[in-house]
Design a protein around this ligand. Structure first.
Ligand code: TPP
Ligand code: SF4
Length: 288
């Protein structure tokens, strides 16, 4: 049972998340997903950014890299291209991945770098005391936006389908098994996989609570949704505004960035011997 729960992936350390935070459940789901795919911890790199969610790199027994705020996917892409033999997961908050990191999200989807991106979507900037994040609804009131956020929310599912992500899913952190299964599917999928995990932030988001989500969730597999149909995926991603879809929204196959790239063919770049100054001198001289 311990094996299936993925306990070997969980670090026995003090955790600085607030009691009742959805981050705890996502951590459990990640461990179960890694157990499902049966990945040795030393073959996985978890790249995170800055924020409450990003602290997860400190709470698991995996290789970890804590990057700059908003640069999570860029750092993860670098790791994956240098070490394609490793499983690379980029995980962070919605502010980190969709706000500061929006540019890297769009272009790494377009390039189709083989990554699994897990977004902890609590619709606020948790670490910096609850300002509206890019996924907060218009009119959402916070202490920093007392008159309500004036901006329309970003729809990460519709964005990912539009830009061509070959795997797009949404999960709810209150459903640990289902979230683990969706993360495992994302890891197994070759190419860019986005798993947007909705998670309540009891400290700062008093609107989208566990109960609020539970009243609105619909499970796509029970609706007969065909995730290979892109038009249907768009319809699900755009949604009615009343229901919140959970499950695989879109799934397709397309070549990854590394496929057919001449420099990346052969041994992993990160394992090749470093060139000596003599090797690079003729190249440098060509530019002088
Ligand atoms: C470039 C930059 N801008 C702003 C900050 C300050 N900052 C640190 S964490 C954070 C918000 C994190 O929010 P989110 O990514 O949604 O994660 P959460 O804390 O909600 O898990 C901000 C704005 C920073 N560290 N770097
Ligand atoms: S501030 Fe919100 S997201 Fe951050 S640990 Fe606390 S409850 Fe979780």
């Amino acid at each position: 049972m311990a094996e299936l729960n993925g306990e070997k992936y969980l670090a026995d350390v003090e955790i600085a998340w607030c009691p009742g935070c959805g981050n705890f459940a996502i951590r459990k789901s990640l461990a179960r997903a890694l157990a499902q795919v049966d990945l040795p911890p030393h073959k996985v790199v978890l790249v995170t950014g800055i924020g409450q969610a990003a602290k997860i790199a400190h709470y698991v027994n995996l290789n970890g890299f804590n990057g700059l705020h908003g640069r999570t996917i860029a750092a993860a892409a670098g790791v994956k291209l240098a070490r394609p033999d490793l499983t690379v997961i980029a995980e962070s908050g919605d502010g980190d991945l969709y706000g500061e990191g929006g540019n890297h999200l769009v272009h790494n989807i377009r390039r189709n770098v083989d990554l699994t991106v897990i977004a902890h979507d609590n619709r606020v900037y948790g670490l910096t005391k609850g300002q509206a994040s890019p996924t907060a609804p218009r009119g959402y009131r916070t202490r920093a936006q007392p008159a309500g956020s004036p901006s329309a929310p970003l729809n990460p599912l519709a964005l990912a389908v539009a830009v061509g992500a070959p795997f797009v899913a949404q999960a709810f952190s209150g459903e640990i098994e289902r979230t683990a299964d969706l993360i495992a599917q994302g890891i197994r999928h070759k190419g860019f996989a986005l798993v947007n995990v909705l998670h309540p932030c009891p400290s700062w988001n008093r609107v989208q609570t566990f109960a609020w989500y539970r009243e609105r969730l619909v499970h796509l597999e029970e609706r007969g949704h065909d995730p290979t149909d892109r038009a249907a995926a768009f319809a699900v991603a755009i949604g009615s505004g009343e229901e919140i879809p959970i499950g695989v929204v879109y799934r397709t196959e397309r070549p990854t960035f590394a496929d057919g790239h001449p420099v990346l063919a052969g041994d992993p770049v990160g394992l090749r011997p470093l060139p000596s100054p003599e090797d690079v001198r003729p190249i440098l001289e060509g530019f002088l």
